[in-house]
Design a protein around this ligand. Structure first.
Ligand code: FAD
Length: 410
């Protein structure tokens, strides 16, 4: 069995950032990343691609260019964990040992949980910004729709970037408003949860924009099935008494956000908590039972918002704590739960929702946090992609070090 000093599972935002941050602290560390895909994606720009405001090719890069220099890339998938034996099992059956394990394979998009969805996704007006190639399809639908019904859905939480379903509605509606067609398009927002957004502070401002676009908001309304060719979707609506009724709605365009969960191979493992996520201490991000296992990003159990912004603050913390672990010391830095959703409410304006554990507001700038701003749009459109590719992916922790005020959202 080959053994690696630090083995990272997943070469997404979290895996690359933590490997790069660790090497900045311990250049001699032997680090390997297990990652099956040959492309790395900057997912936060997919909502902009869907509004015709970002070049899709600028959201993907060859994985080999993203893996930090000096890090070994093991091109495979992890199939199982054996934490008692300090090993993982790859999909071809090979076991790889480690001294420290870092788990960050992201989350699983459960397209199959909606009956009929996989068959029609990407056709018949059915789209989702949660897949690279479909963000461009959203843009095609938005720019060609002149009248009819447009439905936007949001599944039960948790999902990555919980504001992404809203952003899809806002940007599409803004385009129709500017073209003068919004009056002929019936916009619906069907949300599984009981509130528009999890942090009450931001809800009134977000509702203002729902009203501005004349969108009909239905809470406790979950997409259950879809028939693309018939352009029909079925929703399960929870009644006051807890019973559920099923209603059919016709659409010309539907933006679907799939239900999301921990990846199956994590959920089935001894490292998972009751809900399937990697069971970490929310402060140190170290596993609650296995001292040499850490996790960050969408797959970990920390009750923060699942965003790249959270990853940006988690990576330096985990890297510092791994370095301590390699020196047989206890974790010495902690994560405060910071996450952020830059919510594009119209072209040229962003509401920057920043909050920590328990929904505590954590504004970076001394400005009214509920006011959409042009400056934040500039940040979202131009600065954050740069921050992601050139700082976060390379371990340059500008304003993100474990002791610094790391509060800017990629
Ligand atoms: P990912 O970046 O998804 O990477 C996971 C990696 O693990 C992938 O490369 C995958 O191939 C690999 N992997 C999977 N299974 C295995 C396995 N078995 N073995 C080995 N490797 C495996 N965040 C923001 O901060 N701001 C935003 O505005 C924002 N908007 C978003 C909009 C959309 C439409 C989407 C989809 C996401 C958005 N996000 C946003 C969220 C952000 O992209 C994620 O939170 C972030 O990418 C999480 O990083 P991660 O490394 O945990 O997961």
């Amino acid at each position: 069995m080959r053994t690696v000093e630090v083995l990272v599972v997943g070469g997404g935002a979290a895996g690359i950032a933590v490997a790069a941050s660790l090497l900045r602290r311990r250049s001699e560390a032997a680090v390997a990343i297990v990652e099956p895909q040959d492309k790395h994606y900057y997912q936060p720009a997919w909502t902009l691609v869907a509004g015709g405001l970002f070049d899709p090719s600028k959201t993907e890069r060859p994985m080999r260019h993203c893996i930090p220099k000096g890090v070994q890339w093991i091109r495979a998938s992890v199939a199982a964990f054996d934490p008692a034996g300090n090993a993982v099992v790859l999909d071809d059956g090979e076991r790889i040992g480690y001294r420290v394990l870092v788990i960050c394979p992201g989350l699983q998009l459960n397209w199959h949980a909606i009956e009929g969805l996989p068959e029609t996704l990407g056709r018949n007006g059915v789209t989702s910004n949660y897949r690279f190639e479909l963000a461009s399809y959203t843009w095609q639908l938005v720019r060609t729709l002149r009248e009819g019904a447009a439905i936007f859905t949001q599944p039960p939480m948790p999902i990555k970037c919980p504001a992404a379903p809203l952003k899809a509605l806002y940007l599409s509606s803004d385009i129709w408003r500017r073209r003068g067609t919004l009056g002929r398009i019936e916009v619906k927002l069907n949300i599984s949860g009981a509130a528009l957004f999890s942090v009450p502070l931001f809800v009134p401002a977000l509702l203002n924009y729902v009203d501005r676009y004349n969108a009909a908001l239905s809470l406790k309304t979950t997409l259950a099935a879809i028939d693309g060719p018939a352009r029909k979707a079925w929703f399960e609506i929870q009644n006051e008494d807890g019973s559920v009724r099923r209603v059919a709605e016709s659409f010309d365009m539907i933006h679907v956000v799939p239900p999301q969960s921990a990846p199956d191979f994590v959920r089935r493992s001894p490292l998972a908590n009751g809900e399937g996520w990697v069971d970490v201490d929310p402060a140190t991000l170290r596993h609650r039972r296995y001292d040499n296992v850490f996790s960050l990003g969408d797959a970990c159990s920390a009750p923060c918002t699942k965003t790249a912004a959270a990853v940006r603050k988690q990576a330096p913390v985990v890297a510092t704590n791994i370095a301590a672990q390699l020196s047989n010391r206890q974790p010495c830095t902690t994560y405060d739960g910071y996450g952020s959703c830059p919510i594009v409410v119209e072209r040229g304006k962003v509401l920057l929702a920043e909050f920590g554990y328990g929904g505590t507001p954590m504004a970076t700038f001394p400005l009214d946090p509920v006011k959409p701003r042009r400056s934040f749009w500039f940040m979202k459109r131009y600065i954050l992609p740069f921050v992601y590719w050139h700082l976060m992916m390379t371990g340059r922790e500008v304003l993100a070090g474990p002791t610094g005020p790391a509060r800017i959202a990629p």
